[in-house]
Design a protein around this ligand. Structure first.
Ligand SMILES: Nc1ncnc2c1ncn2[C@@H]1O[C@H](COP(=O)(O)OP(=O)(O)OP(=O)(O)O)[C@@H](O)[C@H]1O
Ligand SMILES: O=P(O)(O)O[C@@H]1[C@H](O)[C@H](O)[C@@H](OP(=O)(O)O)[C@H](OP(=O)(O)O)[C@H]1O
Length: 459
């Protein structure tokens, strides 16, 4: 498979999924597949669908990672964590999954040893006097302890953490598992073999892998999720492309502000990894999160985007562009519609504008009795030459939703992207005072990749 066929292509050609044999369900015209699936395109016209809110607060709460409807009764006030991109999912975990409520996420503690290690670490970070662990405390989500919750007649322990996407309207999330070696010193032989087989090229060449991500694709106005089976196909080049896509930099120029926010966190993580000698972090992740809604405010004009190429070209070269109608309706601008007066199924027949019809240089007189203008006005309302009418309305709705959101929020944080350390199920106290090379190498490579992206913005 060619390098470019693997990564961003599924987004443009969702039918690629079909050949992979995963479950697929079509919902509202979108394509979805199993939670291991290569890609899950959630929905076009997100603002309309989600009313401009974080999907954690909309009706996806009875869906699993793959978007399948689940018939599970949720504990009071809780929903499934719809922004979950990797990790154990509800079907693999006896019907118990990651939940969210208010600004918190709830991670079920199902494996005793993993649970004990993870809790121990969070508790240790609360009380530590070790300098590098104090540093680490600021690099993890806020810890709210362990809560027992009745789920399907069973009392289950949940780790309660700050939801890192809580302030985001359109959360983009990428789980990056750090380390060439993702098995711990107590792993069984079969676990070692299983881990070594997975994400092989990516781990070997980059020292990290990407088990899952979701991105609000701004150019296409839709949410796309990539599952772990997609992650397992990546190599160092395709991983880089996917990270670019995650940053919406496949269709736009890199946004320096976004890169700087993420790099600021990654540099802190790197500083920690370079200095800490107390822990060995196996199979632990860095969660990158940002708000695509805020990114939109900073995007430079789109460069040629493969996904958009067709629509951009048709819009700019088409004689039927709605712009000509809009100008006509102003009645006082330069009017160059070239409308011949004849309509076909495909839209109006155009010809070179006649000076006789439109006097461009005359006084700015708006003649509302002009029957031609009237009929064009009517036409514009009733006839969508390129189905852009719906799009226009959608865009208007979207801007209103955004305005409303801005008006409703008390404040607009300057920080809309961050990177935090998560998943400490396989973190152990170090048995020597060496640096955790396995962990540091992955972090170094990730930082380097982001630094290279930043350098591209300076070219
Ligand atoms: N604090 C958080 N805020 C928001 N999302 C989170 C948070 N913690 C975890 N998640 C989401 O849940 C996913 C799984 O988290 P985590 O890695 O802790 O679970 P896990 O089941 O232990 O994973 P694994 O199977 O890799 O061991 C992450 O990829 C992320 O999407
Ligand atoms: O990336 P994948 O393919 O999802 O692989 C899973 C991943 O390595 C998890 O970290 C691991 O859970 P633990 O951290 O609990 O070991 C899980 O083991 P499991 O299948 O034994 O649960 C693996 O299946």
């Amino acid at each position: 498979m060619g390098k470019f066929e693997i990564q961003s292509m599924p987004v443009q050609r969702p039918e690629n999924n079909y050949s992979c044999g995963y479950d697929k369900v079509s919902v509202n015209g979108s394509v979805r597949n199993g939670n291991n699936g290569l890609v899950r395109i959630i929905e076009e016209g997100l603002a309309t669908l989600q009313n401009g809110r974080n999907p954690d607060s909309v009706d996806e709460d009875d869906e699993d990672l793959s978007g399948k409807k689940l018939d599970v009764e949720m504990p009071e006030g809780m929903k499934l964590l719809s922004n979950q991109v990797a990790g154990h999912v509800i079907e693999d975990s006896g019907g118990v999954g990651m939940l969210s409520k208010d600004d918190k996420v709830y991670k079920p503690l199902l494996k005793k040893d993993c649970a004990e290690r993870e809790i121990r670490l969070y508790e240790q970070l609360e009380t530590t006097v070790d300098r590098s662990l104090i540093e680490m405390r600021h690099l993890v989500p806020k810890y709210y302890g362990v809560e027992k919750i009745m789920f399907k007649d069973k009392l289950i322990d949940y780790l309660v953490l700050e939801n890192l996407t809580k302030d985001f309207k359109e959360p983009c999330v990428m789980d990056i598992k750090i380390g060439r070696r993702t098995w711990d010193p107590y792993a069984s032989y079969s676990k070692i073999i299983a881990e070594e087989k997975k994400y092989h090229e990516c781990k070997r060449d980059l020292g990290f892998c990407i088990p899952g991500l979701q991105v609000y694709k701004i150019a296409q106005n839709r949410l796309v999720k990539y599952g772990k089976d997609f992650g397992k196909t990546l190599d160092k080049d395709s991983a880089k492309e996917v990270i670019k896509e995650f940053l919406n930099a496949d269709c736009y120029h890199f946004c320096r502000k976004l890169l700087m926010q993420l790099l600021a966190c990654l540099w802190q993580i790197q500083h920690f990894a370079r200095n800490q000698r107390r822990l060995r972090l196996y199979a632990s992740s860095i969660l990158l999160v940002y708000d695509a809604r805020r990114l939109k405010e900073h995007l430079k004009p789109a460069r040629e985007c493969q996904n958009n190429r067709i629509s951009t070209l048709t819009r700019h070269t088409s004689l039927y562009r709605p712009l000509s109608l809009a100008t006509l309706n102003n009645g006082c601008e330069k009017v160059v519609t070239g409308f011949s007066g004849q309509l076909t199924k495909e839209g109006p027949i155009l010809r070179h504008p006649s000076k006789r019809i439109v006097n461009l240089e005359g006084p700015r007189i708006i003649n509302n009795n002009n029957t031609w203008q009237k009929s064009m006005r009517l036409l514009k309302r009733t006839h969508s030459f390129q189905n852009n009418y719906d799009k226009d309305v959608q865009h208007k709705k979207q801007s209103y939703t955004f305005m409303l959101d801005d008006l409703c929020s008390d404040w607009k944080s300057e920080v809309w992207a961050t990177a935090k350390l998560i998943d400490f199920a396989h973190v152990y106290p170090a048995d020597s005072m060496d640096i955790d090379r396995n962990y540091l190498d992955g972090v170094d490579n990730l930082v380097k990749l982001f630094e290279d992206f930043l350098a591209e913005t300076e070219e």
